[in-house]
Write a protein that binds this ligand. Structure first.
Ligand code: PTJ
Length: 250
């Protein structure tokens, strides 16, 4: 459906439409449409804008990515449908590997997502060839299967729109985890090293912008920014941002 840019809820309706088209073309899982609905409810509570708490987390996330030895960006169906171009630009900018890793796994969907990323400029996309897969401990879903040269070997992993199991398992495996999740109370948000509580359609472009800006910083400066970040405190700040916005309505 063509959405008029004059519609007061254009951005939200256009995002929905991209997910529906992603579902129809076999990129997005049917459950991905439900996940977006949950995300939208939290985004309403943020006033659909990026709060200060998210900007602080984005700075820490850029520092972690730029300071990493082997950073990886994990891609699921919703991420591919909503921000394919910017996520590829981010991978080039850091530079980081891109790895397709699905909760509702199918080889056909993995291949379609990898080719979408390549059409958007990715040179290499991991996670599709099962010969190079290893298992991470403590994950009950198909997400346990990761590429040995990608998430298996990573020191920092960016996991947008994720389930809590894998965030916890990746932390236990000694990796730093960056989450993007509109729900500040999710297990993922609480388990991650850095959680960006924001809509992925705003969070990834902002992460790209800040990463470009922070590139000239020294390793020791990047390390200091990352280690001074307190995720527990910042997630609490994000909840306060939501309460503050809602109090404006009461
Ligand atoms: O493509 P697959 O098979 O890997 O599946 C992807 C989904 C998203 C379906 C899968 O990871 C899933 O079921 O996720 P959950 O457990 O529903 O969690 C998704 C989290 O992302 C929830 O906490 C949502 O609030 C949040 N979320 C949804 N849409 C957005 C979002 N966060 C940021 N931006 C969004 N647009």
């Amino acid at each position: 459906m063509k959405i008029s840019p004059n519609h007061p809820r254009f951005r939200s309706l256009e995002t929905r439409e991209r997910l529906v088209q992603g579902f129809q073309s076999g990129i997005v899982a049917s459950q991905g449409l439900i996940a977006q609905g949950r995300g939208e409810a939290f985004d309403y509570m943020l006033g659909e804008v990026t709060p200060k708490s998210s900007r602080l987390a984005t700075k820490a996330a850029s520092a972690l990515l730029l300071g990493a030895k082997s950073p990886v960006i994990s891609i699921n169906g919703n991420t591919a449908a909503l921000v394919a171009r910017d996520v590829v630009k981010l991978a080039h900018s850091v530079p980081a590997e891109l790895e397709v890793n699905l909760f509702h796994r199918s080889l056909a969907r993995e291949r379609r997502i990898a080719s979408l990323l390549k059409r958007n400029g990715a040179d290499r996309v991991l996670g599709v060839d099962s010969k190079t897969k290893v298992r991470i401990r403590g994950v009950a879903s198909p997400r346990r299967s990761v590429d040995a040269q990608g998430i298996g070997n990573a020191d920092v992993v960016l996991i947008p729109l994720e389930d809590g199991d894998r965030a916890e398992a990746l932390r236990k495996a000694g990796k730093a985890v960056i989450a993007i999740d509109l729900n500040p109370m999710s297990r993922t948000s609480l388990a991650a090293t850095v959680t960006i509580v924001d809509n992925i359609i705003r969070a990834i472009p902002e992460l790209l912008r800040i990463t470009e800006k922070m590139k000239p910083l020294s390793r020791s400066r990047l390390g200091a920014i990352a280690s001074s970040f307190d995720n527990e405190k910042n997630v609490a700040r994000a909840m306060k941002d939501m309460i503050h916005y809602m109090q404006g309505w009461a």
